[in-house]
Ligand binder design. Structure first.
Ligand SMILES: O=C(CO)[C@H](O)[C@H](O)COP(=O)(O)O
Length: 244
């Protein structure tokens, strides 16, 4: 399901580049995945050196990574309550990002994402949407001019067959994500299941996002439309930063 053609060095450059945008006093949304983990490690090193930040993890793994690297964490409901400071910046990975408009089916560089390769997209979307700025960190294998990766859809366990039927009716082909080292499905941090849904090239992600959101039993899907503010693409030589 994941499109992980990039190298660890490329991911590290992207993560470390985005981590440099974190300022003293910030509340930081901490994304999930191997690229976001590089950002978390870099923020942890800055905390060691005296940076004062609090992190809002998007998953069990992001929380563990933050803890291992000395970043104090805080709940979303604490910082985004009526008197909370909100989230200044979030840094998150992606499975695909629309970044190149030339010669493809997409006319505008949109920064629209497919996320959820780690099945964390529901919490990621809440945290990323709450942030003042979302910085996306990827290697070049994730960049595309039209979205073609499977769209992960988190569903209530009881609804996985009815949701699958509705997704088929919408033109998708859903596959229940199975665990690699367990006889059974992947269960998300929220206790739900994931349908990985293949569509033909997704020319109108906003429309598909609305269709998927309207299916009963769908908690959330991995299409992140109009959310990214910057995309940091790490390659073999450095980092290209694209402002959306
Ligand atoms: O969406 C995600 C988790 O749900 C990840 O950010 C996405 O899968 C990218 O992961 P990686 O940086 O390991 O390639």
């Amino acid at each position: 399901m994941k499109t992980t053609g990039g190298t660890d060095a490329q991911k590290r450059r992207a993560g470390e580049s985005a981590a440099e945008a974190v300022s003293d006093g910030d509340v930081v949304g901490l994304g999930t995945g191997s690229t976001a983990a590089h950002a978390i490690r870099a923020i942890g090193r800055a905390v060691d050196a005296g940076l004062d930040v609090r992190g809002v993890p998007t998953s069990f793994d992001a929380r563990a990574c933050a803890r291992d690297h000395g970043i104090p964490t805080v709940g979303l409901d604490t910082v985004c309550g009526p008197d909370g400071p909100g989230i200044d910046i979030a840094i998150d990975g992606a499975d695909q990002v629309v970044l190149t408009g030339e010669g493809g089916d997409v006319e505008e560089v949109s920064g629209t994402l497919i996320k959820g390769g780690g099945a964390a997209h529901a919490r990621e979307k809440v945290v990323d949407a709450a942030a003042d700025r979302l910085l996306v960190v990827v290697d070049p294998s994730k960049v595309t001019n039209v979205l073609t990766a499977d769209v992960p859809v988190e569903v209530l366990p009881e609804a996985h067959t009815t949701a699958a039927t509705a997704i088929r009716d919408a033109g998708g082909e859903p596959t229940l994500r199975r665990a690699e080292r367990k006889d059974g499905p992947v269960v998300t941090d929220n206790g739900n299941l994931v349908l990985d849904c293949s569509f033909d090239a997704i020319a109108d992600p906003g429309r598909l996002a609305g269709t998927l959101s309207a299916i009963p039993g769908v908690l959330d899907h991995g299409l992140f439309v109009d959310m990214a503010d910057e995309v940091h693409v790490g390659d073999d030589d450095g980092v290209a930063i694209h402002e959306i």
